[in-house]
Design a protein around this ligand. Sequence first.
Ligand SMILES: CCCCC/C=C\C/C=C\CCCCCCCC(=O)SCCNC(=O)CCNC(=O)[C@H](O)C(C)(C)COP(=O)(O)OP(=O)(O)OC[C@H]1O[C@@H](n2cnc3c(N)ncnc32)[C@H](O)[C@@H]1OP(=O)(O)O
Ligand SMILES: CCCCCCCCCCCCCCCCCC(=O)OC[C@@H](O)COP(=O)(O)O
Length: 390
Amino acid sequence: MGLVQWLKGQFLCQLIICYGFLVSGLLVNLLQICTLPLWPINKQLARRINCKLGYSLTSQSVALLEWWSGTEVTFYTDPADYQFYGKENAIIVLNHNFEIDFLCGWAFCDRFGVLGIHHILSRCLLLKTHWRRTSNGRDLGNCPPIPLKASKCLAKKELSYLPVIGWMWYFLEMVFIKRKWEEDKRSFVQSLQNLRDYPENFWFLLHCEGTRFTEEKHQISMEVAEKKGLPKLKHHLLPRTKGFWVAVQNLRGTVAAVYCCTLNFRNNETPTLLGVINGKKYHPDLYIRRIPLESVPEDEAECSSWLHKLYQEKDQFQEDYSHTGYFPGPIVTPLRGPWALINWIGWTCLLLYPLYLLLVQLVLSGSILTILATVAFCSAATERYGSVCR
Ligand SMILES: CCCCC/C=C\C/C=C\CCCCCCCC(=O)SCCNC(=O)CCNC(=O)[C@H](O)C(C)(C)COP(=O)(O)OP(=O)(O)OC[C@H]1O[C@@H](n2cnc3c(N)ncnc32)[C@H](O)[C@@H]1OP(=O)(O)O
Ligand SMILES: CCCCCCCCCCCCCCCCCC(=O)OC[C@@H](O)COP(=O)(O)O
């Protein structure tokens, strides 16, 4: 094991990472609260500022995934669809099987400038997005500049109470639901309508399965499928169709397409957030299909059937993947920008400085007892943490 890999496994390094994330997160939350007086005066400016503040936090977890754990998502898509990514509003339909699916989603957003950073900065560094057809190594050219974007999602209400991330999402106008239609319908429609004049273009993520896949949930949902006379799915839960239909209806004219996204991991990996923090490298594959919104039916029943059919197709992709280890379509490789890393290093340096001062003060205090107690605490915590991770 190399020194770098050893360092990644050390509790102290991980503690510093979590400290940086939490403290910078709370500072971001505080700055977001400071934008409150701006909302009634200049709502669009307040939204833009919040979008950037959101990037400053969210991109840290992308940096953790891509730079710290070395995990890179491999994207499969039709080259004809690729030219649209990052240049239009879209509804994203993604399977919900993995603990770190949201991290892979953010990495996808970041590669296409949809996490909230302005493309002009990237252009200054001549970081144009490249893509290659790896099947035969033929270079298919450069992607045109990416306009400013934002990522949104439909999430369960409980997540809005989550310190740091949940509070940030509140200011980013994420759509929260209690998953009880009668209670949700008014606020759900209102939140979607609010997005119609959002000043940045956005991708709106919807996990139609409504919950993360488990064998038990799968069994229950396949009983529902049987009762409804629908074909059984092997790799997905039966999609809940109401939320999708309402989203499509309310975002018609605002959103150009549905991106059908199917995520899986090579070698039956079961990735965890703790694994990522431990510096473990995973191998996610993401297949993206662009479907113009006009081809989604307006009528609720037809739209439901359409979504069920989409999930049957997604299920087939997963089945094929389980045999071949590949999704259809060529692999595209948008270049990894430096901003997530720069932002992360910036925050870490800023927030380590007070810790450094504390350490100096500890040493200068000359109290052997305090120093020994601190060392003993750190060693015990490292040992305990190591045994949890093993
Ligand atoms: C890769 C690209 C990524 C891009 C990333 C972009 C942005 C990223 C930003 C952030 C990332 C963060 C990620 C956060 C993730 C958050 C995860 C979540 O919180 S998921 C949970 C919330 N989401 C949902 O619930 C959406 C799906 N649900 C719905 O849409 C529902 O319809 C509803 C709106 C919640 C309403 O539900 P309700 O149950 O009240 O009504 P329904 O009409 O839907 O249901 C009744 C209907 O369902 C049938 N039924 C009963 N049991 C089941 C079952 N087990 N499975 C399926 N169906 C079932 C029942 O028979 C009724 O049927 P019918 O109407 O025909 O009688
Ligand atoms: C650089 C710093 C790194 C520190 C760590 C960074 C990690 C950031 C952690 C943020 C956590 C945010 C989690 C949001 C996504 C949660 C997805 C989720 O909650 O899915 C479950 C739901 O679908 C359904 O749940 P149930 O139906 O079981 O009820």
